[in-house]
Design a protein around this ligand. Sequence first.
Ligand code: ADP
Ligand code: MG
Length: 149
Amino acid sequence: MQRTLVIIKPDGVQRALVGKILARFEERGLKIVAMKLAQVDRDLAEKHYAVHQGKFFYEGLVNYISASPVVVMVLEGHEAIGVVRAMVGATRPWEAAAGTIRGDYALMGLRNLIHASDSPETAANEIALWFTTDQIHPYAREMDRWVNE
Ligand SMILES: Nc1ncnc2c1ncn2[C@@H]1O[C@H](COP(=O)(O)OP(=O)(O)O)[C@@H](O)[C@H]1O
Ligand SMILES: [Mg+2]
């Protein structure tokens, strides 16, 4: 089982897409093991996007993620990191395939609704940045054996 960090960005929350996005992950069989609504401050935004520091869009990106509350979660499941990235779609919404979250709900600009970890190393770092260990709750679901066996 892998864990990955997902953020429904301010545009996703403002556009009232939280329920629809969550439903996709639940229906796929992924398990929510941590989740919260958070107003991101500059310090956290800078840490989360440290890899993009120095790029021309960095300042705009930090302002975007901290503009309004986000919903952040840890999802658990088989190959969760790659599976969730595939469900999220390409970075540029107009290039994102139909059937992906970005491809179904976003169109232009770089307001692309959602963030998801892109590798096991990134996932571990991002989960530790956003959640303490005691905020992550593993649990068994009756349906797990139907999803995973
Ligand atoms: N050229 C760009 N101009 C403006 N914003 C960008 C650009 N490239 C990326 N971004 C923003 O930075 C975020 C992080 O970029 P990146 O890690 O490359 O994409 P992804 O979110 O698909 O992993 C993107 O989701 C997008 O919001
Ligand atoms: Mg990225």
